[in-house]
Design a protein around this ligand. Structure first.
Ligand SMILES: Cc1cc2nc3c(=O)[nH]c(=O)nc-3n(C[C@H](O)[C@H](O)[C@H](O)COP(=O)(O)OP(=O)(O)OC[C@H]3O[C@@H](n4cnc5c(N)ncnc54)[C@H](O)[C@@H]3O)c2cc1C
Length: 476
């Protein structure tokens, strides 16, 4: 007979979102059950952020060794042992895994259950015939998996997704990537820099969710690295033969076949809603995920959905963590909460990095703001010159009064530098704040101050103001 548990909170899925809810609930002394059917840590730790960034770190080392001659340093013959790159990636996962482990969460006071969870009715979740959990609140945090488009022939042989690519122990000779979003392009640059030939196929625009002007800087670097990017092409068919793969694409000039050794599908994500029996719980959903309101509540008021499985939300680890914080405030303390997607930054970890926070220029114009655009290039920054990292720029979007609406940074350390702008947007700050701030010299962050000073340039009619700006330009 099934054991019946009656916790305050039952969390389904021990990935970025679910672990954050469980850890916070346990810290407040709330009885919590956490159910995971696969690996603790979910996508981010096992098949997403962590292995991808570890692989990119190896690829960056390889690129640095090839490109250091301008610094007066040559590394001789650079050799890449891909089996050791694989070991490095898995060592990084292993070093982080204890933080997400069942043992740690049990120690925090969470009841961790291994198994597949599904709803039996509106207020009961079952795990096989072992457990029935009747909780006060449920949090569905089941994440997403790679969406595989219905391309003729794709299923007739092997293809890689984020779940399998990090298991490779030999370097692909020619990796064909379907999808030029952040995941596809990070992997494209990583494998190219480690020695694979790489061709990326994209039906629409690469990095379509990012500011096109800044995305172009990334695409330019990928092409310099030797990644072939074919955008505006439809993948018409896939054939597998002799361990290789032929991908037929249809573009403006007709059909063409690309021969590769491996195929990676990175063409979007599919929320994990199957097998949860959401209908039994009265939770509404479709292929895009579980429908949630601004509080992340589903159609069943006892049930929240967070992270990648929630429809129309940003699919990032920090977005899942942010959702978790909102759910804790609402479910435990009955505080009013409202999800704000504009406050969530994101980064594509190619080299150069591409970081976005707040509104892009296009979004600001769509919302009919009287937009001002401020830019400053990396090549006018002394630290960037010293590091030979002069590729890229900052682009800041403000309204006509200088309220900061958004910022995009493309260049070295963009992911680190975007935080100041995220804080500024969250605090509804004016661009003036960046003109007065003292920034250590020489740092890349100075580009933000330089862009900010530019806000005041066109309105310079008064001589004193003009002198102040000139002074700031020289000594600021
Ligand atoms: C290659 C790649 C690179 C990425 N890089 C980044 C990055 O650099 N930065 C970033 O912010 N984001 C990145 N992401 C996205 C990030 O991984 C996800 O947004 C994040 O993991 C979502 O967290 P989650 O909690 O919603 O789901 P997940 O982390 O996927 O966790 C869901 C968990 O639920 C479990 N589960 C599912 N169904 C059930 C069930 N019925 N019963 C029990 N358990 C169940 C699953 O096994 C899984 O462990 C990347 C993703 C990929 C694929």
């Amino acid at each position: 007979m099934a054991e019946t548990l009656t916790p305050d909170i039952c969390v389904i899925g021990a990935g970025s979102g679910g672990l954050s809810v469980a850890a916070a609930a346990a810290a407040f002394g709330v009885s919590t059950v956490l159910i995971e059917e696969h690996k603790m840590g979910g996508d981010c730790l096992n098949t997403g952020c962590v292995p991808s960034k570890a692989l990119l770190a190896a690829a960056k080392r390889a690129a640095l060794m090839h490109d250091s001659a301008a610094f007066g340093i040559t590394a001789g013959n650079v050799s890449i042992d891909f089996a050791k790159v694989h070991a490095h990636v898995h060592n990084v996962i292993a070093s982080i895994a204890p933080v997400d482990s069942a043992e740690r969460f049990t120690g925090l006071g969470v009841r961790v259950i291994k198994g597949h969870a599904r709803f039996r009715d509106r207020r009961t979740v079952v795990v096989g015939d072992q457990y029935a959990i009747r909780a006060r609140r449920f949090v569905v945090a089941t994440g997403s998996t790679a969406g595989v488009p219905p391309i003729p022939g794709i299923d007739t042989g092997p293809y890689l997704t984020n779940e399998t690519i990090f298991n490779l122990t030999t370097l692909p000779r020619h990796l064909v990537v379907i999808g030029a979003g952040p995941i596809g392009l990070e992997m494209a640059q990583g494998f190219r820099r480690l020695g694979s030939a790489v061709t990326v196929l994209e039906a629409a625009q690469p990095l379509a969710k990012d500011d096109p002007e800044c995305a172009a800087v990334v695409l330019d670097q990928l092409e310099r690295d030797g990644v072939v990017i074919r955008s505006g092409v439809k993948v018409a068919g896939v054939a597998h033969a002799g361990g290789n793969v032929s991908v037929t694409i249809a573009g403006e000039t007709g059909e063409e076949t690309i021969e590769g050794s491996h195929l990676l599908v990175a063409a979007g994500r599919k929320p994990n809603v199957d097998g949860l029996d959401l209908d039994a719980a009265g939770v509404r959903y479709d292929r895009g995920g579980i429908f949630v309101n601004k509080k992340l509540k589903t159609a069943n008021r006892r049930v929240y959905a967070i992270g990648d499985v929630a429809a129309k939300q940003l699919q990032f680890t920090h977005a899942a963590n942010y959702h978790a914080g909102l759910v804790i405030r609402n479910a435990l303390f009955r505080l009013p909460v409202k999800v704000n997607k504009d406050a969530i930054p994101w980064v594509t970890y190619t080299e150069p990095e591409l970081a976005q926070t707040g509104l892009t220029e296009a979004q600001a114009r769509e919302r009919r703001y009287p937009v001002r655009i401020l830019r400053w290039p990396f090549h006018d920054n002394d630290r960037a010159q010293a590091e030979r990292e002069t590729h890229g720029h900052i682009k800041v979007v403000t309204d006509s009064r200088g309220t900061i609406l958004g910022a995009t940074i493309v260049g070295a350390q963009a992911g680190e530098m975007i935080t100041a702008w995220t804080l500024a947007i969250a605090q509804k700050m004016n661009i003036r704040a960046f003109t007065g701030i003292v920034i250590p010299y020489p740092t890349l962050s100075e580009i933000g101050k330089r862009a900010a000073i530019d806000f005041f340039t066109p309105s310079l009619t008064r001589p004193l103001l003009r002198r102040i700006i000139a002074w700031l330009r020289i000594f600021g």
